[in-house]
Design a protein around this ligand. Structure first.
Ligand code: 13P
Length: 252
């Protein structure tokens, strides 16, 4: 049985004061217990990882794990501005988002780089959350499945059976930050497609890998999305900045 996982991706938002308020509110909300078969993760910007790790510890927030939004494909050296997987691990991260469409579009990150980053993250004992997804043009021209399968194929080629220790996040680019959520059926169909593609490689990997949906997830659409058989949780952007909305999605 795959656990349900909710990941909040703060993107480039937050500050010392608002982060402290967020963790305090989530700690209060989780105080009375949370469903045991679920996992919850928050991914603040790199400069705030140490602060959030400390706050999670102070509030004894056993239910909440820390994640990062990116990691370097290199282990150390002259890579100005980068953070290695071992540094993120040292700060207490358990998950790392990789290949987000914003990084693919704005930083020209390609699948081979995403796979190299995933190897670094795995080698440091953390879980890569590998993002895939098609643009509006690709969907409108009937190429959504082809594009996503192409992205998955490149990960399979490099990661092979280590994929079993990864999460995949299907984030259709047209649904990110637009308020246009994929219908639960559209998302389920793509998740099914990804799982069938993984099964062609290895049945065991396919049945164990968690596939999360991301793109305009809100408390009022999370229930329907999470009820789908191949949707194993959500990668939540904008709405996760509000701790009460994040809690509502965690409980959906
Ligand atoms: P939104 O939830 O703001 O649409 O963002 C989704 C996302 O990109 C999460 O990684």
């Amino acid at each position: 049985m795959r656990p349900l996982i909710v990941i909040g991706n703060w993107k480039m938002n937050g500050n010392l004061a608002s982060n402290a308020d967020w963790i305090k509110t989530v700690a209060r909300g989780m105080e009375s217990g949370m469903p045991a078969d679920r996992q919850y993760v928050v991914c603040p910007p790199h400069p705030y990882l140490a602060q959030c790790a400390q706050l999670i510890k102070e509030h004894s927030l056993a239910f909440l794990s820390l994640g990062a939004q990116d990691a370097s494909a290199q282990s150390s050296g002259a890579y100005t501005g980068e953070a290695s997987a071992s540094m993120l691990k040292e700060l207490g991260c358990r998950y790392v988002i990789l290949g987000h469409s914003e990084r693919r579009q704005l930083h020209h990150e390609v699948d081979e780089v995403v796979a190299a980053k995933a190897l670094q993250v795995l080698d440091n004992g953390m879980t890569p959350v590998i993002c895939v997804g098609e643009t509006a043009d690709e969907r409108n021209s009937g190429r959504a499945e082809e594009v996503v399968c192409g992205q998955i194929t490149k990960q399979v080629a490099v990661l092979q059976d280590r994929l079993v220790d990864c999460l995949i996040a299907y984030e259709p680019v047209w649904a990110i930050g637009t308020g246009k959520v994929a219908s639960a059926q559209v998302a389920q169909d793509m998740h099914r497609h990804i799982r069938l593609q993984l099964a062609e490689f290895d049945e065991d990997v396919a049945s164990h890998v968690g596939i999360l949906y991301g793109g305009s997830v809100k408390p009022d659409n999370a229930v329907e999305l999470f009820a789908m058989p191949d949707i194993d949780g959500g990668l939540v952007g904008g709405v996760s900045l509000n701790p009460n909305d994040f809690l509502a999605i965690c409980q959906a």
